[in-house]
Design a protein around this ligand. Structure first.
Ligand SMILES: *Cc1c(COP(=O)(O)O)cnc(C)c1O
Length: 356
């Protein structure tokens, strides 16, 4: 049976990525060796890093003066590394969910944190819109897509200071004005590669402005100076990331991908909004994520929740159980997921409804 992959992360990758990565595990770049057993300083792997950096810059139209890094430690390490390198006295943060809260907690270790607004009182189902970033903070941090709650900020905010953004679960799904950011970071396992690598896009001129002592490995400058090769980088995830980037380019780039992503999300939200049985947890349309669609059973059908998971799984729908903090269901529609899978899920929901 064909499987449809709705996992939230690690999550679906393009068949192009998986096939080429599998081939490189057997024989990388005609070296007669696996990519798992070659030097990260070989010219063949250096070419992989160079091409991946160039493609990130091309796809996201990264301006001059920015470096693209491939680091370890996940997006979670960036929660601490970002304030360590950019927070002098005070920073502003927007609290839109679990990941944003974790970033706030780490920032507080390094200075004053002004939480400009929080979605907590709406259980994070709405992105707060009524907030002001003071002009005297070092930066403004936000999470563009809240993977757990299915809310998203799809437009670069207008604020009087440089921004830092956790784009882990929606990078490469919309054009970004990179020039407004000192740092963009994203764990790769949602829209790019297997887990193990974090992509960072950092403004070179914004580095070196804090006075604290920073361990070598936690300084962006270290990795900028060495082109992500200060120590052994995550070789295989970087190779896989390159395959995905090539695939994105072949689709026509970010604007084309965004159109497909919007079409997929619209189809699923439409099916949920017109259903007798299901209801979306995010009712505010402006806050809805096009990457993670969260929904639950209407109260009168609540008893069928587990049955639906079993039914959907039996039809090949994988990973639609909602996050434990939200319950219900979550369908993640990352870039690599085809419309065909959304259609299959909608069909499966209709069939289940007609049976009850
Ligand atoms: C998954 C996720 C993270 C955590 O990423 P790790 O690489 O596991 O540290 C952080 N932020 C967002 C928005 C995520 O979706």
């Amino acid at each position: 049976m064909k499987k449809h992959n709705f996992y939230a992360g690690p999550s679906i990758l393009s068949q192009y990525t998986i096939k080429n990565t599998a081939d490189a595990i057997i024989d990388f770049a005609d070296m007669g060796l696996s990519i798992l057993e070659i030097s990260h300083r070989s010219k063949q792997f250096q070419a992989v890093v160079d091409e991946a950096v160039a493609l990130v810059k091309e796809l996201l139209e990264v301006p001059e003066g920015y470096s693209v890094l491939f680091l370890g430690g996940g997006a979670s390490l960036q929660f601490a590394m970002a304030p360590m390198n950019f927070l002098n006295t005070k920073a502003a943060y927007l609290d839109t969910g679990v990941w944003a809260s974790k970033a706030i907690k780490e920032a507080k270790l390094f200075g004053e944190v002004d939480v400009v607004a929080s979605g907590k009182d709406t259980k994070y189902t709405v992105i707060p819109t009524d907030w002001i970033v003071p002009a005297d903070v070092d930066y403004f941090h936000y999470t563009s897509n809240n993977t757990i709650y299915g809310t998203e900020i799809r437009k670069d905010p207008e604020v009087p200071v440089p921004m830092i953004c956790d784009m882990s679960s929606d990078i490469f799904s919309r054009p970004v004005d990179v020039s407004k950011y000192d740092l963009i970071y994203a764990g790769a396992q949602k829209n790019l590669a297997p887990s193990g690598v974090t992509i960072c896009i950092v403004k070179d001129a914004a580095l070196g402005k804090v006075s604290r002592v920073i361990p070598t490995m936690l300084k962006y400058k270290t990795h900028v100076d060495k082109g992500s090769m200060f120590n052994t980088p995550p070789v295989l995830p970087i190779f896989a990331a390159l395959q995905t980037l090539k695939y994105y380019k072949s689709l026509g780039g970010i604007r084309e991908i965004e159109k497909m992503d919007i079409a997929k999300a619209e189809r699923l939200y439409e099916a949920i909004d017109t259903s007798k049985m299901f209801v979306a947890t995010v009712q505010d349309k402006a806050s809805r994520s096009i990457m993670n669609v969260c929904f639950v059973m209407k109260p009168e059908y609540a008893e069928f929740e587990k049955d639906f998971i079993d039914f959907a799984t039996s039809k090949g729908m994988m990973g639609i159980k909602g996050h434990r903090d939200v319950g219900g269901f979550r369908a993640s529609l990352y870039n690599a997921l085809p419309m065909e899978s959304v259609d299959a899920l909608v069909e499966c929901m209709r069939e289940f409804e007609s049976l009850h």
